[in-house]
Design a protein around this ligand. Structure first.
Ligand code: NDP
Length: 278
């Protein structure tokens, strides 16, 4: 059976994804009926599943999460600049001619959450980015473009941090340091945890000396995945400590607008999810 205008989120695992709830809440704002489902598929079956969805099931758009973001970028026929910079895609859209476009809205979503929801003016900040995976790469460019004064990238595997800094090509403002040196690289106004440690039930061992007075800490993870980093941030004296729930809602809004041409209200959905996660 074909489904006109189907939408989905692909991941593995995916059963706990909030994306279906978020997209249905957005659709309700416009009185739309939305066919949006979760598709759990292992990496080896991913390409076939995506082709089937878009070619046989009326697929119009898909959100993509771990572990498929690199594969989504590779599969697409065309890619936005943000996706190309990140090397990953979190949104796929079927174009009118049937080809697939890859987008990466993670970086813009994170910066919008910080600057608009949490009222932070990033200009002039010294920012520390922990991690250099797909999400970190997206976030690095967006933080830079939002005007941070310096961006220091530290990754457990230093090569990935160096590759990101090299790709950005801004040696006066973007630097890398070794993870082992976190205790003696000074303090930062903004510390972003873009590692997947929390999602993997691992905790980072971070020195309190990283936190400048009035610092903001931000974990891309949310709910349980962010507990450990945010607890460290508060114990170390951070002025603000935010999880990535707002980023999740913002990136969903970007996908919704790409697919439906309408901008949903994110704040009501964010507040609802936040209340449910307490
Ligand atoms: P990747 O797998 O691409 O990258 C993982 C990163 O985490 C790498 O830099 C890796 O370092 C680092 N890492 C993993 N474990 C540890 C550890 N124990 N100590 C130190 N570093 C570690 O993942 P993504 O970039 O796609 O995602 C990162 C996180 O961001 C995930 O938790 C994901 O859920 C979250 N996220 C949230 C979004 C939202 O909307 N809120 C959107 C996108 C992502 P190394 O290179 O050394 O392996």
């Amino acid at each position: 059976m074909s489904h006109p205008q189907s939408f989905a989120v692909f991941g593995h695992p995916i059963s706990h994804s909030l994306s279906p709830h978020i997209h249905q809440a957005f659709a309700q704002q416009f009185g739309m009926a939305l066919d949006y489902r979760t598709i759990d598929v292992a990496p080896e079956a991913w390409v076939d599943a995506v082709r089937h969805f878009f070619q046989e099931e009326g697929g119009r758009g898909a959100n993509v999460t771990l572990p498929h973001k690199h594969a989504a970028f590779a599969l697409a026929d065309e890619r936005t600049q943000a996706a190309t910079r990140a090397g990953t895609a979190n949104v796929l859209t079927r174009l009118a001619d049937g080809r697939l476009a890859a987008h990466n809205t993670d970086g813009a979503a994170m910066v919008r959450d910080l600057t608009e929801r949490h009222d932070l003016d990033l200009r002039g900040h010294d920012a520390l980015l922990l991690g250099a995976g797909g999400a970190a790469r997206a976030v690095a460019w967006s933080l830079f473009e939002a005007g941070v004064q310096t961006l220091t990238i530290v990754n457990r595997s230093p090569e990935a941090a160096d590759a990101l800094a090299d790709a950005m090509g801004e040696p006066a403002r973007v630097h890398t340091r070794y993870w082992e040196d976190l205790g003696n690289i000074g303090s930062f106004d903004l510390i972003v945890n873009a590692t997947s440690a929390g999602t993997l039930d691992q905790s980072l061992s971070l020195p309190f000396s990283l936190i400048a007075s009035r610092a903001t800490c931000y974990d891309l993870g949310y709910a349980k995945a962010a507990f450990s980093f945010l607890a460290w941030a508060r114990a170390a004296g951070a002025r603000y400590a935010h999880d990535g729930l707002g980023m999740l809602v913002e990136q969903a809004a970007d996908a919704f607008e790409l697919w439906h041409g309408k901008r949903p209200d994110t704040e009501s959905v964010y507040q609802l999810l936040k209340a449910q996660s307490v």
